[in-house]
Design a protein around this ligand. Sequence first.
Ligand code: ATP
Ligand code: MG
Length: 244
Amino acid sequence: MSLLSVRNLDKRFGGLHAVKDVSLEVHQGDILGILGPNGAGKTTLYNLLTGFIKPDNGQVMLDGQSLLGIPSHKVVGLGIARTFQLCRPFVGLTVLENVMVGSLGPRVPNVDLEKRAHKLLEQVGLTGKAETLSELLSYGDQRRLEIARALATEPRLLLLDEPFAGLGSGEIAALSTLIRDLHREQGLTIMLIEHKLREFMQLVSKVVAIDFGQVIGTGSPQDIVKNPKVIEAYIGKQDADYAA
Ligand SMILES: Nc1ncnc2c1ncn2[C@@H]1O[C@H](COP(=O)(O)OP(=O)(O)OP(=O)(O)O)[C@@H](O)[C@H]1O
Ligand SMILES: [Mg+2]
């Protein structure tokens, strides 16, 4: 059975049909890539899956349980965590405190939360920055903090929204390794939105391509880059990036 099942999901903003009849399945152990040009509806899809906004139509099931009408903080409690396209640290709190706030959910084991938060910081490469105010972190470190805070909720499914945006190539390589380790070593199921195609294609096991809110192709990374609709909608425009 799928961990996450999305059926005929629809969302309009006034006259704009941002998500149109989207169906997809995420299986345990997948790294499912969501590919699409700017404005395709990728972040809106995440917002729908995590209860930030409500769909006009369709169904979202996590392990057989409907998520419709469940607010975002309760969706986290059911095991879906996300990071944001624009980092959103809890300003005024230290890095450690940011992660500890993430630990306050129902899925987190009854352990020493501070020790656990330190472990998570170590895992994402933020050892030594625990007492830094989160807003003072470099952009790359804020991205790492977002992931640590999401992991602190003990997710079954982690949604990453452009984790490489604004990072240099060294930081991207390090973050790719972290994502791969979370998948391989901890068996975490992941959805990944990313425009850095080379790294994206190396990480994902399967791709769902969307354009104008609609699914235009589904397949392995090898197959999706040969899909004419995907090439027309996206890859052609990003050719230089992928080939680089
Ligand atoms: N709350 C909202 N109200 C009105 N329009 C919205 C809202 N959220 C998103 N949109 C619009 O919906 C469309 C899809 O936006 P979305 O942010 O999902 O795209 P995206 O695929 O994530 O793009 P990008 O790659 O640039 O992040 C865009 O035209 C956007 O302007
Ligand atoms: Mg987006």
